[in-house]
Write a protein that binds this ligand. Structure first.
Ligand code: G4P
Length: 529
């Protein structure tokens, strides 16, 4: 197959959701269709997490969670699918956000009884910032669901994206009879697939087929007809261009656990989502196909795969061309030629070595400590650099002190190296130096990771004092008079390592208040790369 055909068949996406909405179950069902696994229950879940992909860190083993994410690749319907794993439970971290930078689209899984939840909201914001297409899968229809119109209204209001239902459910919970496909005007009938362990034969029936009374009660049919009429009049029409621009979300209903609506969703999704998208660089837009040379950017660094060697793996998203194991390429930020050795791809429970990959794919490359997040690697003589990855707002803060002040050097070295890998962000008091360090993290597990790693790798013992702040904002217009900023009583001024000023708040209310009190002040939730 030619390079162009290989690239065109790639679909690289992430699944975003709040914990327990069904992301793992849905992923598993996708893999079942792709033939990558032949039995549901093989993908890491909470129960099996102890044996998950990355067993490199004791802390992971102790807690039975995976600290870093990976990618699952499989073929289905003529496409080569890359699902980026976005950790969501206690292991929610900045990596979860960064992973979204490598995706071309996102599937948003929503629990039909719960609606839009906190983590979905946060992850959606990143998708919205990138204007990537977002597809909604409303899950758990086999359980009592909330009013569907209310649910869609909530998505539109809370996330600010209009929705377009591609299909529509008939009842929910015990009354769940199936979904009506608005394009084919047929009903896919819900059937028991033994909790989804078998694929299920698709049974569909036209709405006007007299046989329908064998499957759907007259009452449910009448409700469906009424709702369809309402929907045809009120909901946004499907528009591929708006979907591509991330301005309209196609909505699907189903039950991942029962394996219902999953294949249908996958088929529509693969048609509606795109192959690898062009990316912005400092030399203009780079098209994955027109640019024949290999190029990629680093979106995640995983440290310490082998403690004895302090190895790191740099995860890269290939944006153009073809990758071959052991090839030489140019590391733009390091201004040096590098050999890309030991390429790996993660697949469910094992790492495998690969020798070829294409735009759209994710590879893990051995990193002797030279790469940083956002770096570009390319064989193009143009030596362009992709747009950097922003810094995402941490939500937990702690003051960090070393117990033994004699180990100052190791402490500074350790904390800086760990920050460079992107596991934590470090800040300082606005008017002082490095005597005291304020650490910000997206998920609290990173505090434990920091503590553990400083102790085991740098031999430094620290004391963490949690701070009450939850909201951080970068000051966009640094020319503003910081000394005379009129903040709220809970506001704290800090700076990052580059000396850029930031504000910390305990309440979200204070953020708005501070903006109100200081005309012209511009605050951002994302730090510029
Ligand atoms: P997550 O990755 O988004 O956190 O969710 P996960 O797939 O682990 O699903 C969370 C729980 O919801 C699991 O139950 C799972 O079986 C259940 N679930 C997922 N999809 C559906 C669905 O369509 N319908 C129903 N009724 N349940 C669903 P659990 O009891 O927490 O775990 P387990 O013991 O079943 O693995």
């Amino acid at each position: 197959m030619s390079r162009i055909d290989e690239i065109k068949k790639r679909r690289t996406f992430a699944i975003i959701s709040h914990p327990d909405a069904g992301k793992t179950t849905l992923t598993e069902k996708f893999l079942l269709y792709g033939g990558a696994i032949n039995q549901a229950g093989s993908v890491k879940g909470k129960a099996t997490a102890k044996h998950a992909v990355s067993d490199w860190m004791d802390i992971e083993k102790e807690r039975g969670i995976s600290v870093t994410s990976s990618v699952l690749q499989f073929e289905y319907g003529g496409c080569c699918i890359n699902i980026l794993d976005t950790p969501g439970h206690q292991d929610f971290s900045e990596d979860t956000y960064r992973t979204l930078m490598a995706a071309d689209s996102a599937v948003m899984v929503i629990d039909a009884s719960k609606g839009v939840e906190a983590q979905t909201r946060k992850l959606f914001k990143v998708c919205a910032m990138r204007h990537i297409p977002v597809f909604t899968f409303i899950n758990k229809m086999d359980r009592e669901a909330r009013d569907i119109f209310d649910l869609l209204d909530e998505i539109e209001k809370e996330l600010g994206i209009p929705t377009c239902p591609v299909n529509w459910p008939i009842g929910s919970g015990k009354q769940f009879a199936g979904v009506y496909d608005r394009t084919s005007q047929k009903i896919d009938l819900f059937e028991d697939t033994m909790k989804g362990t078998k694929m299920g034969t698709m049974k569909e029936i036209a709405l006007d087929d007299p046989e329908i009374s064998n499957y759907v009660t007259d009452e449910a049919k009448a409700v469906l007809e009424e709702e369809i009429e309402l929907l045809d009049g009120a909901s946004a029409e499907f528009d591929q261009e708006l979907v591509d621009a991330g301005e309209l979300s196609p909505v699907f209903f189903g039950s991942a656990l029962m394996n219902f609506g999953v294949e249908n969703f996958l088929n529509y999704f693969l048609k509606m989502t795109s192959s690898p998208l062009p990316r912005t660089s400092n030399q203009g837009t780079i098209d994955p196909i027109e640019e024949k040379d290999f190029s990629a950017f680093v979106f995640k660094i995983q440290a310490n795969m082998n403690k004895a060697h302090r190895d790191r793996i740099a995860f890269m998203r290939i944006c153009s061309g073809e990758f071959e194991a052991g090839m030489d390429a140019f590391h733009v930020q390091g201004d040096k030629k590098v050999r890309l050795s030991q390429p790996q791809q993660m697949m469910a429970s094992e790492r495998k070595m690969i020798d070829k990959a294409y735009a759209g794919d994710i590879i893990g490359i051995f990193d002797p400590g030279i790469f940083s997040i956002g770096d570009t690697i390319t064989t193009s003589p143009k030596k362009f650099a992709y747009e950097g990855i922003p810094t995402f707002a941490p939500e937990h803060f702690a003051r960090v002190r070393q117990v033994n002040t004699m180990k100052r050097k190791q402490f500074i070295k350790g904390i800086n190296e760990i920050a460079q890998e992107g596991a934590i962000q470090i800040f300082q008091e606005f008017n002082t130096g490095m005597e005291e360090v304020i650490v910000g993290v997206v998920g609290t597990l990173q505090f434990d990771v920091l503590n553990y790693r400083l102790q085991h790798e740098y031999n430094v013992e620290i004391r963490l004092e949690k701070l009450p702040y939850e909201y951080i904002r970068w000051i966009e217009n640094t020319e503003i008079d910081l000394e005379n900023l009129r903040g709220t009583s809970d506001m704290k001024k800090i700076k990052d390592l580059k000396g850029r000023p930031l504000l910390l708040f305990i309440n979200s209310w204070s953020v708005g208040m501070t903006l109100e009190r200081n005309e012209g002040l511009v605050l951002s939730e994302f730090g510029k790369a």
